[in-house]
Design a protein around this ligand. Structure first.
Ligand SMILES: *Cc1c(COP(=O)(O)O)cnc(C)c1O
Length: 367
């Protein structure tokens, strides 16, 4: 937990001159507990290097702010974590970045949006909250042919399911708060990629913007990673039981789970994911009223945001609300979103409880 370290040989006071073999000096530069977590995540993703941050958004903003400048073009998926969408649209635009949102799940739309001169492409797969899939290798080829780099937010997949760097992505981003931690008790984020390209993310993101992870949280997330493979197996097994139960329920309009062949991108999911993860989205009539009933009556589920915890979590994401607050999609892009989510979905993070208890709990509120 130390913030500073005893120095036993001369070392520069400026982070600008920080050598690769620098001793530990100060925890905003490097910390041994955080180094253990970074090395473990790089290894899990089959990548060269990793830099950890205080949260997934700290990792996201560090990557975007250290990579992009005025006049640069960012092509960003139109289905993604709302915080990322808002940060790109509001903050990056204010700083002079050209932000274009595109349906990256459709390679023709990706080709049209990723014009030569694009600096960075940002995808998320499976995407929040529709669980739409993006072909990482396909988008990486398009991006690289036009001189752009590809970043993939792989929070829902985890390195157990997908390792985007091995498919051609230049950067992988995780909210470690979710599956990697797994216990709902620590926030963190990571950017993973090539050692050379992570240098500016280290100096701008960690050393100057200072969004470093607490060593205590790094320790908690290290503990979580030890059980990640077995937890992901259990999340997936429980998600299958719950998704099939919901598909057979008369009040349910539609279930979105990449592991089911009713998911429009099931074939891509089978090819790109070694585990379908534990996220299930479900359309039900009267979502807002049902949400209130859930807040009062659910016994096993927690009605709460976030995901990837041992506890099952459920939350209503209304399409109109999301469009007004975060996504601002129109025309074809809005139609494509509605084709997945209709008027809204309950996003379910299926936990590690007995799956029969989970089905019973939803059955008693669905009626
Ligand atoms: C939660 C989440 C984030 C943001 O992470 P925080 O740790 O909450 O800052 C980014 N992307 C995805 C896909 C997420 O689920």
């Amino acid at each position: 937990m130390s913030s500073t370290f005893v120095i036993d040989r001369p070392v520069s006071f400026s982070a600008q001159d920080k050598p690769d073999d620098s001793p530990y000096v100060y925890s905003r530069w490097d910390n041994p507990t955080v180094t253990v977590l970074q090395d473990k995540l790089a290894s899990l993703e089959e990548a060269e290097a990793c830099r950890c941050f205080a949260s997934g958004m700290a990792a996201t903003s560090a990557l975007l702010l250290s990579t992009l400048g005025p006049g640069d073009r960012l092509v960003i998926s139109d289905a993604l974590y709302p915080g990322t969408a808002e940060f790109a649209r509001v903050t990056l635009t204010r700083l002079g970045v050209e932000v274009v949102s595109a349906n990256l799940s459709d390679l023709d739309s990706a080709e049209q949006a990723i014009v030569p001169g694009t600096r960075l492409v940002w995808g998320e797969t499976p995407a929040n909250p529709t669980l739409r899939m993006t072909d990482i290798a396909g988008v990486a080829d398009i991006a690289h042919a036009r001189g752009a780099e590809l970043a993939v937010d792989s929070t829902f997949a985890t390195p157990i399911a997908t390792r985007p760097v091995t498919l051609g992505a230049d950067y992988v981003v995780h909210s470690l708060t979710k599956y990697c931690c797994g216990h709902g008790d620590a926030m963190g984020g990571a950017v993973i990629g090539r050692r050379e390209t992570l240098r500016s993310i280290e100096s701008d993101g960690q050393i100057y913007m200072g969004g470093v992870i607490s060593p205590f949280n790094a320790w908690l997330i290290n503990r979580g990673l030890a059980t990640l493979p077995v937890r992901m197996q259990a999340h997936e097994a429980n998600a299958f039981v719950l998704a099939r139960f919901l598909e057979s329920h008369p009040r349910v309009i539609r279930v979105l789970y990449p592991g089911l062949d009713t998911h429009p991108h099931h074939a891509l999911a089978s090819q790109q994911m070694e585990n379908y993860s534990g996220m299930v989205s479900v359309q039900v009539a009267d979502g807002p009223e049902l949400a209130i009933k859930m807040m009062r009556q659910l016994k096993v589920f927690h009605y709460a945001v976030s995901l990837g915890h041992h506890r099952s979590l459920i939350y209503w994401l209304g399409t109109d609300d999301l469009m007004t607050s975060s996504y601002k999609l129109h025309g074809e892009q809005l139609d494509a979103y509605r084709a997945f989510a209709g008027d809204g979905v309950f996003r379910i993070s299926v936990g590690l409880e007995d799956p029969e208890d989970l089905c019973d709990d939803l059955a008693q509120v669905l009626g």
